[in-house]
Write a protein that binds this ligand. Structure first.
Ligand code: FES
Length: 381
């Protein structure tokens, strides 16, 4: 292990265990919490070809990557998805498809099964059609339900992912009931993270503390009732916690994202940080990017940590939090994540929470993800 890797999270022992392939930023949905870049359409014509993705897969496997998520955008927009899944399976990856379900039909599901796909993560925003369609900006609810049925009919383990925010957090109870009925194995209530489109809409999307408290109580009741029949994940947004999340389990520790244009990053959001030097798998071997590139070494391990993280007893738990969030909120990615109550800039997070939930505040329309500038749609209270 190179000297600069001192302090690297032990989980991966220096290997990028989790590989996230953003096959495309194209997507039929217009979610206001999308974590793709605001200028996502800029990358569309530079997407890696099938052969280039295969080379990435082979190089990543050689580096020790095991878990693989095909994501996007919507990965089903790529007609070569099945071919890539088959190749990844041949290489020995445990393959996951992370999808909105839009574009999934019987033929593609059967082909993906045949290709060796192991698990599907389906996103669903509500059990109510009108609300789902309004939130994602298109008629998608019925197609999502059909996708859920297909996933189960083909015998895949299914992770149902409900991105949670102010508009739908009170519907967790009916979502669990629906998932239990369908026989879902895992359900994840993912309180959205405020980057890119979600950050633009932060004031509108952020739930209140009371909503979070109620959601926790509902989940606790369901956990007791289901007694392990379904695993329920619920992570409180770090804006409401005293400590930051251990983002990516540490920068450059176990997580490797490849963007549609081949740029390799320690997380999906890293391009928001200016001044970093990004490399594409088109120009450099993945092994060099992972082990030696200035980007991956910049915040790897613990040696770079600022105070108060450097002298904090919890630094090996959270690695100073999220670099992208530190940049977006403080203007410097090298600062302690202000989600931490020990950060000198924690007041920024406290102020954001106060402002977002203020009952006096005028509610604005949600800004929908859009390729050509921004469009808006009004969400009823
Ligand atoms: Fe980039 Fe957390 S999202 S480090």
């Amino acid at each position: 292990m190179p000297k600069e890797s001192t302090g690297l999270s032990l989980d991966g022992q220096g290997k990028p265990l989790w590989l996230s392939l953003e096959l495309t930023y194209r997507c039929p949905l217009k979610c206001s919490w999308c974590n793709n870049p605001l200028d996502f359409d800029k990358y569309t014509e530079h997407e890696l070809s099938t052969e280039e993705w295969k080379r990435v897969l082979a190089e990543a496997r050689e580096l020790g990557a095991l878990q693989l998520g095909f994501t996007g955008g919507e990965p089903l927009q790529r007609p070569d998805l099945e071919e890539l899944v088959a190749y990844a399976d041949e290489l020995g990856f445990y393959t996951n498809l992370i999808t909105s379900g839009v574009g999934l039909n019987e033929a593609r599901m059967a082909a993906l099964k045949q290709a060796g796909l192991k698990q599907v993560q389906l996103s669903l925003q509500a059990t109510r059609a009108a609300l789902t369609d309004q939130l994602v900006g298109t008629r998608a609810h019925a197609r999502k339900l059909e996708a859920a049925r297909l996933i189960k009919a083909h015998g895949f383990p299914m992770v149902l992912n409900m991105p949670v925010f102010r508009h739908n957090i009170d519907l967790i109870d009916e979502m669990v009931a629906w998932a239990a009925e369908l026989g879902v194995e895992y359900i994840e209530f993912a309180n959205i993270q405020y980057y890119n489109w979600a950050l633009l809409n932060r004031d509108e999307l952020m739930p209140t503390r009371e909503q979070i408290r109620r959601a926790e109580a509902v989940i606790q009741r369901w956990r007791e009732r289901l007694d392990g029949a379904m695993t329920i994940y619920f992570v409180i947004p770090d804006y409401f916690e005293d400590r930051p999340k251990a983002c990516m389990n540490g920068w450059g520790a176990i997580h490797l994202t490849i963007a549609p244009d081949g740029v390799a990053m320690p997380c999906q959001e890293a391009r928001v940080i200016p001044g970093l030097e990004f490399h594409s798998v088109r120009e450099r071997p993945l092994a060099w990017i992972w082990h030696d590139s200035p980007l991956f070494r910049k915040y790897r391990g613990l040696d770079w940590l600022p105070e108060p993280c450097r002298s904090c007893a919890e630094k090996e738990k959270d690695f100073g939090g999220c670099r992208c969030q530190a940049f977006l909120l403080t203007g410097d990615a090298g600062n302690t994540d202000p989600a931490c109550s020990r950060s000198p800039q924690h007041v920024l997070v406290q102020a954001a929470v106060t402002q977002a939930v203020s009952p006096q505040r005028f509610r604005k329309p949600l800004i929908k993800r859009s390729a050509s500038g921004v469009c808006t749609t009004f969400m009823e209270e």
